[in-house]
Write a protein of this length. Sequence first.
Lengths: 275, 515, 325
Amino acid sequence: MNGAPGPAGPRRWRPAACAAVLLGGLALLGPMLAPYPPDAQDLMRVMEPPSASHWLGTDLVGRDVLARVLAGAPHSLGLALVCVVLAAATGMTLGMVAANAGPTLRTAILRLADLMLACPGLLLALLFAGFLGGGIWPMLIGLKLSLWPHYARMAEAIATGALRENHVEAARLAAFPERTILVRHVLPPVLRGVMPLATLGAGQAIMSISALGFLGLGLKPPTPEWGAMINELMPFLAEGFVQVAAPCAMIVLSVLVLAVAGRSMGGSSDAREHG
Amino acid sequence: MVTPSAPTRRSLLALSAGGISTVLLPSRPRAGEPGVLRVASPWEWTSNEPTDTGYLMTRLGIGETLVQVEPDGRLSGGIAESWSVDDDRLTWRFRIRQGALFHDGTPVTPEATAASLRRALAGESLQQVPVDRLFTDGPDVVIRTVSPFSPLPAMLVDYAAVVLAPASWGPDGTVQRVIATGPFRIVSTEGKTLVDLERFDRYWGAAASVARVRYTAIPNGDTRTNVAISGDQDIVFSTPPAATSRIDAAGRSKVVSMTVPRVRVLAFNAGLPQFEDVRVRRAISMAIDRRGIASAVLRHPGSAATQLLPPVVPGWHDATLEPYAFDVSAAKALLDQAGWTPGPDGIRGKDGLRLAGTLLTIANRPELTVMGTAMQAQLKAIGMELTVVPGPAAAVPAAIQAGTMQMTLFARTYVNVPDVVATIVPDFTRQRSTWGTLEWPGRTRMKALTDAYVRTFDEADKAPLRRDILRLIQDELPVLAVSWFEHTVAVGTRVGGLVIDPYEMRYMLSGVRLS
Amino acid sequence: MTASATSLAGPLARLVLGRLGQALATAALLATLCFAFVHALPGDLALRVAAARVGDERVTTQTADRIRRSEGLDRPLVFQYLHWMATLARGDLGRSLVTGQPVAGELARHGAFTLRLGLAGWLLSYAIALPLGIAAGLRPGRWLDRATTALAVTLASLPSFLVGLGLVSLFALTLRWLPPAGFGTTAHMVLPALTLALSLVALSIPVIRNAVVEVRSAFYMTYARVRGLSAAAALRHHGLRNAAIPVVTFAALQFAYVMDGFVVIETLFNYPGMGELLVTALIARDVPVIVGAGLTLGFAFALVSLAADLARVWLDPRRLREGRP
């Protein structure tokens, strides 16, 4: 849980790799693991407590909650992971370009980032959802657009600092190629700085998607999206605690796994000083 | 050497400590004071215009119309103490109540009433009324219609016809201040969310029992549940049905409910080849498990509709009508008979056309989407494919007007005015209705019936016409009712004397007592 | 004249003036984009406005037509845009299509609510995160670091609506110490501010901690070379000053993130702030309100960004000399 850094280098990446496999696998295979079709209703068996046939009980129209939770993984989880990978890659590239570029390009990139940042992400996603008629792609575009500037500004701040470090100046004096300097001296601190933000950001994206679903503004029912499930089931909390808790737990656990993975990567800075 | 970091940290902490207290300074005592009735409902005070927010004015007892409806359906005097129609059946005289006062203390005169009414009649709500002239005659406001129009008094219950004092309007013709006549008057409003009211001591009728009312608009259903559980509000209207047991268990409020003439209906585009045959519409009606939906989704088996309107509306519920049946095999047989045969994927088809439809529902009413998905599963059982598309509420009338609606599931109140005919006319007699039928061939027969109804002044002659109207809807199913609304109110323990109005015209707050 | 004024003033003045100009440009651009975007949205704008005015179930196409005529929505878009620009040039943001109230007033009222909530939540979050983050970063790997990290990770894994729901069911529904929703009193403020603060804490603890750790390790390298300077003095001199740079950048970024939180928190707690205003305006297609809010948010964010830049210049004046704030 605390992600204390391991002594050896590759072992630090193992939890992260496991997390990626676990969550990515869940996002890809979840629907196939579902024991029932996620939309199969049975109005005679609504809000049933967990049983042998329905491990997590049934929801308000008698759908299997386990099936819905699993089938919801691509929407709630997969979408978020894709968003963040795209956003972090875009953001870091632009941030490092900005740090290394002349004042005009730098100002242009940072102003663009500011402009996007001034537009709240959820609302951006909402605007896109309204514009393109809802669904997954508008959400993806909206969230990605709202996320990349965070990474860009972070990367720029760190890269600017790194470029001024003595050893970078020494490398410049030694006429190392600019690309080598960037990759060897700028990328590592940028990655270290961005990684905790990105893993938390993936969690944020999961939470943004579920928050939109919870507010009834996100993916449309009967899509088994976790936030929308919580919204649907919340009034039944008294009689169906397990059913509400299941999607909540999926959100929290997914974000937690990401956070732990991020910690183990971010731990590299600790290792440097202990080692 | 001065270190920059220490002051930064210290000043930040100091700022946070001091900042939080200053930021939080504006403080009003938590409302729970004796004599203040705290009321919440989903509806926001969007504007001062009676055409827009009039329903809140009448519900909260701020504004009144000429005629009012009692919870049992009787019409009673509001600003008009009585009314009559001349022998020509065209000239209606409304005797304005003597001694009634506006909230600013000015008397309610026939002239002021007529001026206010003229604006209301210009609006769309009352456009059905074939008004010829509106004028004053001594103590009366006189409305002359072009043709005999018997539901006129009922039409004047329309909230758009709330009577405001002449001083309410600014030079640009918009309402600057709401100066009305009801038992409560506005002290202040805060945005769309809060309306503070006080008892109007010179009200013409029985003065309200509580001195002050604080109204809070809470659009979110879960939040309404929470304030009912915590006892932060004395009366909470429209609590989610599923939350009733939790609210009751908490002990601060008790949920009471009543089946009201607000209906969740499924409407068809009867012009489409898959829905033009009445047998298909009947089969769909038979395939829908209304009771299952009502008990599972709505948590109230009694709200399953058996015909368009619930028994609570006098005259508009016909107990002799054959109720909607739930019979999947009969539904399949009907489709077979109509020539729709199952295709390879189980979906029926006819002449190369699939038995499929897009069901437009309203996203803001989450239960509609759930009902839509329930119907999606049930219709699949008879070989029909339904695609559920939740959209904004305004998409429904827009799709009907554009002619693009295929099927739609929405909630409609049939008593915007107490005579249901006022809603039947726009919804069932037009090629493209307001909220209802589209391209329904039966509309000409319906038009003949409603025309006869509004020309008839004798109650004994009206009853059979009402029955014919209801029978036509039940037989042809241009629109089929799925469930009736269970109007829920969480009533706090210190509240007594609350009466629920099935017409949802008034919250009847003036009769409420606080212990 | 500005040219001579700026040349006379130092680079700092140039930075401030330039940034203010950029702020105005950003705000105007954002507002224009909002205007274009809302009009480009599919569906009948007047119908959506009508639904917001009279209620979802009462809206008719006639109402929409009345509003279209009275609000001039039937005029060409270019004309509407120019009209809006002209009104704006007079310092008037126009009137809401739904309420008919001046937009400036609505923005001020909702903005004040959000500012109050945001400030309370933001300060509360730093009151929690700064001491914890710095303490954890100074002694990485120790129990306090682990506990703090566990706390941050747990908090970060909880969506704010779940945090809010949890706080409400604990403090409002079970213990009944605080009201579950509403506004106007300090008691009403506690739960939403705490919800906001907890989600911010989760983000700021690791950033603060990592920044402190990063600088601390860099400092050890300096320390190895520059003997003689005491460790504590060196840390104060170089350490926290440099550590503050990413933290300040991040704090400014949080401001935008906070806006997202408002949408959820204000809906959950029935709190009439900017988030609530924007969502309802967006649903109602209330163009003047959306555009006005875009203008305000854009300007506010640019100001926060400027404040962050100034803070960075103060922490590291080299940046200004190099012309990069």
